[in-house]
Unconditional design. Sequence first.
Length: 525
Amino acid sequence: MQLLARLIVQDSLLTQNEIESALQKAKKSNLSLITYLVKNKIVLGTRIQQLYATHLGFPLFNSLNYDMSALPKLIPPELVKRYRIIPLKMEHNLHLAISDPTDQTAINSIMFHTNLEIYIVILSEDQVDALIEQYCHALPTAKHLELSLHDNQTELIFQEQEYNNEPLITFVNEILNNALHKHASDIHIETFKNNCRIRFRVDGILYTMTEISHLLANRLITSLKVMAKLDISERRLPQDGHFHFLYNDTETIDIRLSSCPVLHGEKLVLRILDTKRMNLSLHSLGFTEDQKNIFLTHIAKPQGLILVSGPTGSGKTVTLYSALNYLNTSEKNISSVENPVEIQLEGINQLNINPKIGLHFSTALRTFLRQDPDVIMIGEIRDAETAEIAIQAAQTGHLVFSTLHTNYAIDTIKRLESMKINTADLQNSISLIISQRLIRKLCSVCKCVDPDAEKILTLLDIKQYVPLFIPKGCEACLQGYEGRTGIYECLTDFKKPYMTLHQSAIEKMLAGITSFAEINRICPA
């Protein structure tokens, strides 16, 4: 048994049987034991770090307060990724951060490559990926690829061997892996007069990742269009497609691609549908206790129309699917119609509309109503015909969920009335209207107390002092934020008061979840 396994058993972190099972599963997944244990949250990376320090005497290293711009570029990115090591500094010898100091193969390889003596410090496995990403930034990879592709060819359409060459494939994989590691929802590839910009949307914000030349951009766009089975000769009209990408050799990720002709070429947007990372628990949506109780009460009813409103990207689909997941039992017949289906859920009959063959929302709804449904989910109510069928279904013993693109809960009523829907029918059928937004959460590692807390509380007419927090930024987050949560309005009675989006956001701020600046960005008073 390897040394780490013995130390874990010796310190009673796992039993002999548990560690043997972990060793087998790690081998089957082609992962090191330490990576398997931390990735699956069996043992904390910091606990293993302390284990090595205590028993083997290696010094600990914490990257949070380290100046990452000073990292010596002594080791090629491919070796850093392969051996999961970080060169820290030169001081008589090379200081090397590594999560597994017993990996003699990695240490010997670095010694051979650098011809330097190695001084080992222990880095938590939790921090390895973030540091590797900073060391192996995408820009050097892009520059290296540009040089390898620079053959004075300027045509826009390439032979198969040209967009299928190894450096280009490596670069495409680098972009996709980087986006998935950062939990990006979209990748934007934008061509301009002098360059091409690649941006990732993370937690609703676009971040520039790198810029590349037109030569590389044309080949990158062509390669992605081939992967999505689009017509590479068509550059004057928009196209849509999709492909699957294997992430970490274990996860198959669905990626939707949209191309659009622009002034200096094409723009691509890749939507990453990483459904395995979605948490469909009602308790993780971000409802207050009162809002959660309202939601649970209304989705438990046998009939009625529940509408979720908000702009694109506000989390409406996740809210609806969390409800469907909660209701998904063998006793219920649940059907959904969407454009397109974004989350595949076992046990639910899901249908993609196809206007080209006459399969619209209204057509699908009429079919569903002939198939003995209990629960129906409509991706979006876009027209009066769909709205009328949804209302009819809600009034005849079915529980119906849908969305509208309105800003606030009360606007939903006005939108349906503008479709000439009878007000009395709305009042008799609508059970609950939710309006929502997604708001960024402060990083729990680096958030710090807001020195202007008292001024903000006074401004909001909050009498009792509560510590407020602001973002700082560290290796564990992006600009001081990590992840998002929902803020909601839940309207059940058109005449009764309810918590507004702004009030819901204030609750999150008072709980230390978000900042006043983020509230003003998403839903100013």
